[in-house]
Design a protein around this ligand. Structure first.
Ligand SMILES: Nc1ncnc2c1ncn2[C@@H]1O[C@H](COP(=O)(O)OP(=O)(O)OP(=O)(O)O)[C@@H](O)[C@H]1O
Length: 248
């Protein structure tokens, strides 16, 4: 369970509007939560605050009951073992093989034998339909394959919370749908709590349980996927249905 209360993040320039303003939402345990909103609404910043990569200027972020906004870096590192994350633009390490990329969080956060690491990597590669790709280098992979390696890395430590930032950006429609289906089946199998940012609303909403919409740093909608589809809130309705006419 992730509970965000009154979260505020100021912009670097004091005169600019805050990046996030008094955002409160709950992501229940085992929920796949879709975070939507126009560009620069604050979605990526919210994910970075939840994982403690950025510090909040106000409010609380309770991760399984513990407020991470007040934690020391040392304590945060321990809490990060609960997290898996797929960043925007894959963020694979180009100088590391596929296997070393996937093993990275395992080696950093846990003390496992190399045999155990290799077994976990092979199992993850099979799950993302890339069996035997261990020794390949990221530069030799297609965009969709890189995303799948990213999914393997985000889920290799069996994290109870997984954050995905634009997991299918830049992929063709069929590959995108396969990535979303993969993320959904991973989430069902693991029971993880997931927050997913995506601008591919048509596909995102086929896999989410709940949806939140950020607009200019404020949460203007929080509800089930069904409620998001049926809402009469003009900005949310326009965004969810991709309408050209409306207040946005
Ligand atoms: N590390 C940071 N420190 C300060 N400001 C930041 C940081 N990262 C992003 N911003 C600013 O915060 C605002 C929100 O950015 P964010 O990346 O969260 O938007 P987003 O909703 O994810 O947009 P997009 O869909 O375009 O990726 C932007 O104005 C951006 O310039």
């Amino acid at each position: 369970m992730i509970e965000i209360r009154g979260l505020t993040k100021h912009a670097r320039e004091p005169s600019a509007a805050p990046i996030l303003r008094d955002v409160s939402l709950q992501v229940p345990k085992g929920c796949l939560y879709g975070l939507i909103g126009p560009g620069a609404a604050g979605k990526s910043v919210l994910l970075k605050l939840v994982v403690g990569l950025l510090r909040a200027d106000g409010g609380e972020i309770l991760v399984e009951g513990e407020d991470i906004t007040q934690m020391s870096e040392l304590r945060l590192q321990a809490v990060r073992t609960k997290f898996g994350m797929l960043f925007q633009n894959n963020a694979l390490f180009d100088h590391l093989s596929v296997a070393d990329n996937i093993a990275f969080p395992l080696r950093r956060l846990f003390s496992l034998s190399e045999d155990e690491v290799a077994a976990r990597v092979a199992e993850r590669l099979a799950c993302v339909a890339l069996p035997g790709f261990e020794t390949r280098m990221p530069s030799g992979l297609s965009g969709g394959q890189k995303k799948r390696v990213g999914v393997a890395r985000a889920t290799v430590s069996h994290a109870s919370i997984v954050l995905y930032d634009e997991p299918a950006a830049g992929l063709d429609p069929v590959t995108s749908q396969k990535i979303f289906d993969l993320l959904r089946s991973e989430q069902r199998a693991s029971g993880a709590t997931v927050i997913m940012v995506s601008s591919d609303l048509d596909r995102l909403l086929t896999v989410t349980d709940r949806v939140g919409m950020l607009y200019r740093g404020q949460l203007i909608f929080d509800g089930t996927t069904e409620e998001a589809r049926k809402t009469t809130e003009p900005r949310v309705r326009q965004f969810v249905h991709g309408l050209t006419e409306g207040p946005l």
